[in-house]
Design a binder for this molecule. Sequence first.
Ligand SMILES: Cc1cc2nc3c(=O)[nH]c(=O)nc-3n(C[C@H](O)[C@H](O)[C@H](O)COP(=O)(O)OP(=O)(O)OC[C@H]3O[C@@H](n4cnc5c(N)ncnc54)[C@H](O)[C@@H]3O)c2cc1C
Length: 467
Amino acid sequence: MPAETEVLVVGGGPGGYVAAIRAVQLGLDTTLVEREGIGGTCLNHGCIPSKALITATDQVHEITHSEEMGIYAEPYLDIPELFAWKDTVVDDLTGGIANLLRRKSVTLVDGTATFASETSATISQADGETVTLDFEHAILATGSRPIELPGFNFGSDPILDSRQALATDRVPDRLVVVGGGYIGMELSTMFAKLGSAVTVVEMLDDIMPAFPAHLVDPVREHATELGIDCQFGLAADHWEETADGIEVVAENQSGESESFDCDAAVVAVGREPVTDTVNLPAAGLDPGENGFIETDDQGQTDVDSIFAVGDVAGEPMLAHAATSEGVVAAEQIAGEEPTPPSTTPAIVFTDPEVSSVGLSEREAEDAGYDPLVGHFPFSASGRALTAGDTAGFVELVASGDTGRVLGGHVVGPEASELVGELTLAVEGGHDIPDLAELVHPHPTLSEAIGESAENALGQAINTTNKR
Ligand SMILES: Cc1cc2nc3c(=O)[nH]c(=O)nc-3n(C[C@H](O)[C@H](O)[C@H](O)COP(=O)(O)OP(=O)(O)OC[C@H]3O[C@@H](n4cnc5c(N)ncnc54)[C@H](O)[C@@H]3O)c2cc1C
């Protein structure tokens, strides 16, 4: 453990560990302190375990819903084995990253970093030793944790947060998910496919409010087909034990109570920044009104020596945003003057998947554009038909004046992969003819992007040119 370092990174999630590697690549002596597990929420309790389980449950669902293809199967699902496999995926990745950090000469410390001043921190190491570490710059990447709803204490089984829901290998017969945001809907879909009877209790009048309604419609419709009962306009208030489980009691907008019997409840009503572990006042840091650390585009806080990246610095609270911010902060500290990306894609791994980058049609109008919109339904895609997965569409939003692509949105198969091309189009300043003229390989889902661009130009080949 050194007494001083050029860059102290606090937190080893996708924001912190990537910032540390970039800082070392740029020749900066870097120390990364992580108190729990390298990889942070994303690798240990979020993106990776959820996507492992979602992929597995998708496979089971697909194979049991392929009669149309002449496939009749009754797979046996060993739940403890499935969850154990998920743990090996997490361990492989986190172990790999810890090795990578060591090989790249990042000084890795197992402990908790607490600011002592603008340029020093107290490190309480896992082995019980406490040392002071002086730094020239610090990158705060302490992430976020689930918001605890009054009346729903996470410590008390059967009330689970997302982390506990992904860790337990118990599949409740009846599950209430409080919160229909992206985490709530991913978990609802996963548990429904594992066999739980799922009820979503949501305060607003739809799921996934961060996305335009027409992107969410196919997800809500298919959730209903999967047996997920979405209850809107209800604020979860408390839970009580019953003779055969628990009931979640919620209040509607008129103040009347409604209750939902279940065996367990997952509460996923949002995430709050983790700042209480670092003693912000000692460094002269003052969080904004909502508790997040405010920064400029390069991640610099009000304190010259301290940067903040990832969830602790607020929306978009996504792993790839944290990574990108970590790289930018490290480069700024190294004097590189990086230009941060102008847009960040968002993905939801529901069934169907949803992905979105840049402006929606409404946002483009609000920004003063007369948008040109292109649309292509997967029901007209050869590849989607061959995969038996035709729900959803690709939508492109462009400037009506210049044709420049402002946004791209996908609901449907592999939306999470297709958004890569759309992100390049938006970030790279490409226009609709670029996408229309690009030769997309056949038969692939990516053809839907080209077709959508042709639709925007009124030149669609495989559809009638109507939206
Ligand atoms: C269920 C779930 C699913 C998700 N799925 C996706 C997805 O599919 N795609 C996506 O992009 N995002 C997803 N996310 C969000 C993603 O996990 C976060 O955006 C991402 O982890 C943020 O990275 P971070 O580096 O800012 O913080 P984190 O990953 O939260 O890491 C912060 C780290 O800081 C450590 N720490 C805190 N205080 C200290 C201290 N004082 N000293 C030392 N260490 C400290 C913590 O132990 C933690 O390891 C998901 C989240 C959840 C909960």
